[in-house]
Design a protein around this ligand. Structure first.
Ligand SMILES: Cc1cc2nc3c(=O)[nH]c(=O)nc-3n(C[C@H](O)[C@H](O)[C@H](O)COP(=O)(O)OP(=O)(O)OC[C@H]3O[C@@H](n4cnc5c(N)ncnc54)[C@H](O)[C@@H]3O)c2cc1C
Length: 490
């Protein structure tokens, strides 16, 4: 029976406005950032052993590693590779500087969804690179102590600073459109579009850090696409003119975090009402990601037998997505927002300028609809993988779930190795072991969900494996150099 969700009472001291308030920059922030930069330079010098690296690329004109995507995963991977002595590395991103990832585009959350101390291990063990140090330099450590969640725009600023302070090699405006293995050169050829010009980049290893929305992109239910004119609905990832929603009745399908974020934006813009409709009988209130934030789980999930990985992942999908508590409370306590449960979209019509929907047993009328229906995870739909995808092993190639536990989408997820590398459907495509997948499709089944919680455990596996393979590839040349070494100590 379709019903209206009754919110629990608000936690004490909950102030919805507080989440949207950005702190003032300290008057001496520039000098403090300068001091932090000096400290980081000292740290890097102190920790520089061994400072010598092997130039594995000396016989080829290819990069050691191409990283696709300059979000926090790509940036952290580049710094991690440098820590492992690999420097022929470049990050490619199709966007312009500052526009990496969702943070300044379609993310509409006031603060991160993860607690402030979950920062993905971007510091690689160097405290001065941690978000807290940057935040303290700009806004004071008292500010950091006060907050529970990092404001989204501060997070975006920190990521810019992180890339700049480490002088990460990022090539913007470069879209990787196709990739193939060039056997005679033993490297990948990445076909790129750079400022409208086609180019080839060569690399011996690839890290896919292409984010959550890369494999298949936004999911808009077929019933929406077939029943409504395109101008009366949006997806949460679209650029949306919220100002135009002032005075309008807004309907939102789906109850994940982005659905709530967009509801809050519409309310702030003066929407007359916001209705959120979800299929489930109740809004999920169990976030097992928070439970999973402990050393053993993130470090060793990938070591579990397949059956256990499948069971955990299925359980997580069955529990469903939910907004973080602060987002939920901000939205649900708003007098103009209603959450309907048991409200699947059964029918939609566009009548006299209104979206008329049958949600469960209820008919609701809206001026505009937003689909908070998430992403598709479909490797075959990831444009730059079109040549490689047919040879990448999937779970359905390696594992048969027990009856009743089948899941079509999960069965198509890539079957990754223990360093999050693709595994090939046959040994003819063994080069796929040189591609590491830290994007959406790896979520769940490999234990890395393309978020901050597990990144610090995933990336060291990747950087170690690349270093290992390069070393082994060059063992003859290294052995020769070892034998040729003739500098006498005395
Ligand atoms: C709205 C929203 C809020 C989130 N909030 C949180 C949170 O609070 N905590 C948390 O842990 N997680 C959160 N996540 C999940 C996750 O942390 C983010 O999606 C995060 O941005 C992932 O980082 P990333 O580096 O993997 O990818 P992204 O930040 O998405 O960066 C990927 C980059 O790859 C580039 N790219 C993709 N394909 C190509 C190509 N073929 N060629 C060139 N460039 C390409 C894109 O332009 C993009 O800049 C959130 C996700 C969303 C969507």
């Amino acid at each position: 029976m379709t019903s209206v969700h009754c919110p629990p009472s608000l936690p004490k001291d909950f102030d919805p406005q507080a989440f949207w308030t950005l702190p003032p920059l300290l008057a001496d922030a520039d000098q403090r950032l300068q001091r932090l930069a000096t400290d980081i330079a000292t740290d890097l010098e102190l920790l520089s052993y061994p400072s010598r690296t092997w130039d594995y690329s000396r016989h080829t004109d290819s990069l050691e590693v191409a990283i696709i995507g300059a979000g926090y995963v790509g940036k952290s991977a580049a710094f991690g590779l440098r820590r492992y002595g690999l420097s022929q590395v470049r990050i490619f991103d199709r966007c312009s500087p500052g526009q990496e990832g969702p943070w300044r585009t379609y993310a509409r959350n006031a603060t991160l969804r993860t607690p402030k101390d979950v920062t993905g291990g971007l510091d690689w063990g160097m405290p001065n690179l941690n978000f807290r140090r940057w935040c303290a330099a700009c806004y004071g450590d008292e500010y950091w102590q006060q907050i529970r969640y990092i404001p989204r725009l501060l997070w975006a600023d920190y990521l810019d600073w992180y890339g700049n302070i480490l002088k990460l090699p990022i090539q913007y405006h470069t879209d990787i459109v196709d990739i193939h293995w060039q056997a005679d050169e033993q490297c990948f050829w990445l076909q790129t579009m750079h400022k409208g010009m086609g180019e080839i980049q060569k690399a011996r290893f690839i890290i896919f850090a292409t984010g959550m929305d890369c494999a298949g992109g936004q999911y808009v239910p077929a019933i929406v696409q077939t029943s409504l004119p395109a101008d009366c609905y949006h997806h949460t990832m679209d650029t949306i003119d919220f100002v135009a929603m002032a005075g309008q009745r807004v309907g939102i399908i789906g109850g994940g975090a982005s659905a709530f974020d967009n509801g809050i934006m519409a309310l702030q813009a003066g929407a007359e009402s916001v209705d959120i409709m979800i299929r489930r009988p109740q809004l999920p209130n169990l976030n097992r990601i928070r439970w999973s934030e402990w050393n053993g789980y993130h470090r060793h999930f990938i070591d579990l037998p397949d059956g256990m990985k499948w069971a955990y992942s299925l359980a997580e999908l069955r529990v469903g997505q939910l907004p973080p508590p602060h987002t939920y409370y901000q939205a649900i306590t708003h007098p103009r927002l209603t959450l309907y449960t048991n409200a699947p979209v059964n029918q939609l019509n566009y009548q006299k300028g209104e979206v008329v929907g049958q949600y469960g047993e209820l008919t609701l009328r809206h001026d505009v609809l937003i689909c908070g229906t998430g992403f598709v995870t479909d490797l075959d739909a990831q444009p730059e993988l079109k040549t490689l995808a047919p040879y990448i092993a999937r779970w359905e190639d390696r594992y048969t779930p027990p009856p009743g536990d089948e899941h079509l989408a999960m069965a198509r997820y890539p079957y990754l190795g223990k360093s999050l590398q693709f595994t090939p459907v046959s040994s003819d495509y063994a080069y796929l072991n040189r591609c590491y997948y830290l994007s959406s499709g790896a979520a769940l089944l490999s234990g890395y969900r393309a978020n901050l919680s597990g990144l610090q455990f995933a990336l060291p596996r990747v950087t170690y494996d690349i270093g290992r393979q390069l070393f082994l590839d060059h063992q003859d040349e290294i052995w020769a150099a070892y034998n040729a070494y003739d500098i006498k100590e005395y």
